[in-house]
Design a protein around this ligand. Structure first.
Ligand SMILES: O=C[C@H](O)[C@H](O)[C@H](O)COP(=O)(O)O
Length: 309
C-alpha cells in the first residue's frame, strides 16, 4: 500500500470525540458493563477487568451482569481498538497459520502476537500479512511470514473494519488494503473482526463515509462514472481517492486506484450491489465483505461484546 495521508477524512464518531475531550480513565480501572448492540444473535458482554487482568485468557469468558447505575467507562478510541484487538488474540493458538490484518486496530493485534511469540507464550505461528505495511510491522516483530501460495488455507485472521452492520457484513478498505484482505480473509476457517463501537452502522454505507472500490488505473474516470451511475437511485457520489499532500491518486499495494463511493440512501440488496459492481471490467474488487466475518468483537464504553455467527 503506498503510504500517504488520505484526503478522505476518517472523521471520529461524535461519541468518540466527546470521549476524547473527557478526562481519560485507564484500562486497569475496574468497571463492569455491556454494550447495547445486539440483533438477537449469540453475543456476550465482557467487563474490561477480566479482559485486562487475565494472564491465561480463554474465549469462553463468563457473562457478567451489567451495573446500569454506573456511568460508562471513558476510553479513547485507540484504547477501545486495543481492547478489541487484544480480545481477538485470545483466539490465537500455537501452530496456527494467521491472517494479519491492516489498520490502526489490527496493528494492536499484530503487536500483541509479536509480544506473545517473544515471551514464548505462542509458538510455531505463521503470519500472512494483508498489506505491505503489515508485512513490515510483522517483520519488525519477528513474526514468521508466508503467503497464500504456500498456505492456501488459514486457521484464523484478525482484522479491523470501517463499518459493521447488524448481520456482521463489513465495509473495509478505507486504508486501501481491501483486495489482499479479501483474498486472505476469504481463505480463513475463522475471521475475527475487531472494532470500536463507532464502526457499528444500521446498514452498509450508513456512516456516510466511503465504500472503497479498487479499480485498474486505465480510464479510471470511465469506471468511476459507471459506478456512480450504477447507484444513481441511492444518491451515489464516486470520488477518486487522492493523497492529501500532493493530490496524486492513491495507489494500492497492487498498483491500482481506489474509487470511494458515498451513498445518501440504503443500498438495499448487498449481494445484488456486489454483483453489479464486479460486473464492471475495470473493477478489481470492492470493500463490502459480505458474510465473511465469523466473529465480531466490539469494544465500547461499557465493555466488550463478542458476536458469533
Ligand atoms: O484498508 C484498510 C482495512 O480494511 C482496515 O482494516 C480498515 O480500514 C479499518 O481500519 P482501522 O482499524 O484503522 O479503523
Amino acid at each position: 500500500m503506498s503510504f500517504c495521508p488520505h484526503s478522505f477524512a476518517r472523521t471520529a464518531h461524535p461519541a468518540v470525540l466527546r470521549a476524547q475531550q473527557a478526562p481519560t480513565v485507564h484500562l486497569h480501572q475496574i468497571y463492569p458493563g455491556t454494550t447495547g448492540w445486539s440483533t438477537g444473535r449469540l453475543f456476550m458482554a465482557i467487563p474490561y477487568p477480566h479482559f485486562i487482568v487475565t494472564d491465561n485468557p480463554t474465549v469462553d469468558t463468563p457473562i457478567t451482569v451489567p451495573s446500569p447505575s454506573l456511568p460508562p467507562l471513558i476510553l479513547t478510541q485507540d484504547e477501545l481498538k486495543k481492547v478489541a484487538a487484544y480480545k481477538a488474540v485470545e483466539f490465537v493458538k500455537s501452530g496456527m497459520v494467521l491472517g494479519l490484518g491492516t489498520g490502526s486496530t489490527a496493528k494492536h493485534a499484530v503487536d500483541k502476537i509479536g509480544q506473545l511469540l517473544r515471551q514464548g507464550d505462542l509458538k510455531d505461528i505463521v503470519g500472512i500479512p494483508t498489506s505491505k505495511m503489515t508485512h513490515e510491522q510483522a517483520l519488525s516483530l519477528g513474526i514468521p511470514l508466508s503467503d497464500l501460495d504456500s498456505h492456501p488455507v488459514l486457521d484464523l485472521a484478525i482484522d479491523g473494519a470501517d463499518e459493521v452492520d447488524p448481520y456482521m457484513n463489513l465495509v473495509k478498505g478505507r486504508g486501501g488494503s481491501l483486495l489482499r484482505e479479501k483474498m486472505i480473509e476469504g481463505c480463513c476457517k475463522k475471521f475475527v473482526v475487531v472494532v470500536d463501537e463507532s464502526k457499528l452502522v444500521k446498514h452498509l454505507g450508513g456512516s456516510g463515509l466511503a465504500m472503497p472500490v479498487e479499480i485498474v488505473p486505465f480510464c479510471w474516470k470511465f469506471t468511476a462514472q459507471r459506478l456512480q451511475l450504477l447507484f444513481n437511485e441511492v444518491g451515489c457520489v464516486a470520488k477518486l481517492r487522492t493523497c492529501s499532500e500532493n493530490g496524486q491518486p492513491f495507489v494500492t499495494d497492487n498498483g491500482n486506484y481506489i474509487i470511494d463511493l458515498y451513498f445518501e440512501k440504503d443500498l438495499g440488496d448487498l449481494n445484488a450491489a456486489s454483483d453489479a459492481i464486479l460486473r464492471n471490467p475495470g473493477v478489481v474488487e470492492h470493500g463490502m465483505f459480505l458474510g465473511m466475518a465469523t466473529t465480531v468483537i466490539i469494544a465500547g464504553g461499557r465493555g466488550v461484546t463478542v458476536k458469533n455467527k
